[in-house]
Design a protein. Structure first.
Length: 229
């Protein structure tokens, strides 16, 4: 562990939850706790984390829930933007001076401390790190009508998750640039010449996106707790 690295964590959580029927995913409960608390826990347990900025929607930012603001003194809330990238930009601007910036989806409650640590170590050494997992299914490229036009070699393809962690100067430079067309944080860092590598987080680092994901996430949490006993 590079103990001297100061880490700032940015959590975009301003989405409307359209795919969950308008329910705010970070506020859903898994095993009696909000998804967002599960997502934050591995970062709050890391002594290198000096600040956590959560970007919420307008109403929630004006009156954030006590379970969030009271969870840890390092947590602060800002108002998010119209898009995920704008929310991250707002949160990055609110961070104090840090050496490493980690961006993590509020709806990813199953990231492990080991993955968080590995990503921070890489970023503290000067490169970006993206948690994810290798593609296990055949991937098809299609045209606008859904017709297959290519079958990429899946041995070189990964699914990108979060956290996505970068040297702070690299992240700030990326988010000071044009955000148009950004699909994730790493894509912005790549545009400004940053080197980013993948970190295998396994397929269990799922994102709670649909109603059925809640049951899967709870089952995985129970299984982990059972193994830890």
């Amino acid at each position: 562990m590079i103990a001297s690295a100061r880490v700032g964590v940015v959590v975009p959580a301003a989405g409307s939850g359209e795919r969950m029927g308008g329910v705010r995913k970070p506020f859903l409960e898994l095993e009696g706790e909000p998804v967002l608390i599960h997502a934050l826990r591995p970062f709050l347990a890391d002594v290198r984390v000096t600040s956590v900025i959560v970007a919420l929607g307008v109403a929630d930012a004006a009156d954030p829930p006590a379970w969030l603001t009271g969870a840890d003194p390092r947590i602060h809330v800002v108002q998010g933007g119209r898009t995920r990238a704008e929310s991250v930009r707002n949160a990055v601007a609110a961070l104090p001076e840090v050496d490493v910036i980690a961006v993590h989806d509020a709806a990813r409650p199953l990231v492990t401390p080991e993955v968080v640590d590995h990503c921070i170590e890489i970023a503290a050494a000067g490169e970006g790190a993206v948690a994810g997992c290798p593609a296990v299914d055949t991937v098809k490229q299609v045209d606008g009508e859904g017709r297959i036009v290519a079958t990429p070699d899946r041995s070189r393809l990964w699914y990108a998750h979060t956290p996505q962690v970068f040297p702070a100067a690299m992240a700030r430079r990326a988010y000071a640039a044009d955000l148009a067309g950004a699909t994730d944080d790493a894509s912005l860092v790549e545009r400004v010449g940053g080197v980013v590598r993948m970190v295998d987080a396994g397929a269990s680092n799922l994102k709670v996106t649909r109603v059925e994901d809640v049951a899967v996430a709870e089952a995985l949490l129970r299984a982990r707790r059972g193994r830890a006993k």
